[in-house]
Design a protein around this ligand. Structure first.
Ligand code: E4P
Length: 216
C-alpha cells in the first residue's frame, strides 16, 4: 500500500518525506486555503514547491466544475510538473473530463467518492486513482472502510485498473483497516501516520532496555 500525506502544509510534507516512506501528496481547495494560498500564481508556485520536496504523485484539484473549464484548468495543472495528478470531482462533467484526460495520457484522481456506483463510473472513465472519503462516511453514521472493501471486490472481479486511494483518514486504525480492506493507497494527515508508530509496550520495553544497557 502506498502512503500519501493529505495536506498542503510544507513543514508537515517535509516531516513525512523525511521518514522515507512517503509516496505522494494529496491536496484539496480546503487544505490550500488553510495554508493561505491565494491566486493562480501562488497556487502554481505552491504545487511546484511540493513537487520539489516529494518525488511522487501530487494531486492538484481543479476549481472549476464544467467539462471544458476542467479540461483547460487540468491541462495547466498537469503542465506544472510530470508528477502532478489532476484531481477531478465525481460529477457528470467530471467523468467526461476524466475520460478526456485518460485519452490524452494525463493521470487523474477522481475525488468525493461516496458509493460503489461512483467508483465504477470513475474506473470506466479511466481514472488513475479514485478517492473514497471514509472519514466523512463514518461521520454520517456508516462505516467508510466497508466501502473500500466493496470497491476492492468489484475492481478485482471486473479487472478495473484504477487505484483505490482511501481518503478522509482520521486515525491510525483507519490506515490499518484500509490496508486490510484492499486500499492501494492511503492519504493521511501527519498525525495518523505518526500514530502508527505508537504502542505503550514499545515505550516500556525501550525504557527497560535503556536502563539495562547501563549495567552492560
Ligand atoms: C483527499 O484527497 C481528500 O480531499 C481529503 O482526504 C478529505 O479529508 P477530510 O474529510 O478530512 O476533509
Amino acid at each position: 500500500m502506498k502512503f500519501f500525506i493529505d495536506t498542503a502544509n510544507l513543514a508537515q510534507i517535509r516531516e513525512a518525506n523525511e521518514l522515507g516512506i512517503l509516496d505522494g501528496v494529496t491536496t484539496n481547495p480546503s487544505l490550500m486555503a488553510k495554508e493561505g494560498i491565494k491566486g493562480e500564481e501562488a497556487i502554481i508556485n505552491h504545487y511546484k514547491t511540493i513537487c520539489d520536496i516529494v518525488d511522487g504523485d501530487i494531486s492538484a484539484e481543479v476549481l472549476s466544475t464544467t467539462y471544458l473549464e476542467m479540461v483547460e484548468e487540468g491541462k495547466k495543472l498537469a503542465a506544472i510538473h510530470p508528477n502532478i495528478i489532476v484531481k477531478i470531482p465525481m460529477i457528470k462533467d467530471g467523468i467526461k473530463a476524466i475520460k478526456w484526460f485518460t485519452d490524452n495520457g494525463i493521470k487523474t484522481n477522481c475525488t468525493l467518492i461516496f458509493s460503489a456506483g461512483q467508483a465504477i463510473l470513475a474506473a470506466k472513465a479511466g481514472a488513475t486513482y479514485i478517492s473514497p472519503f471514509i472519514g466523512r462516511i463514518d461521520d454520517s453514521g456508516w462505516d467508510g472502510v466497508l466501502l473500500i472493501e466493496q470497491i476492492s471486490k468489484i475492481y478485482k472481479i471486473q479487472g478495473f485498473k484504477s487505484e483505490i486511494l482511501a481518503a478522509s483518514i482520521r486515525n491510525a486504525n483507519h490506515i490499518i483497516r484500509c490496508a486490510e480492506a484492499g486500499a492501494n493507497v492511503c492519504t493521511c494527515p501527519l498525525d495518523s501516520i505518526l500514530g502508527l508508530l505508537k504502542h505503550p509496550l514499545t515505550d516500556i520495553g525501550l525504557a527497560k532496555f535503556i536502563e539495562d544497557s547501563k549495567k552492560m
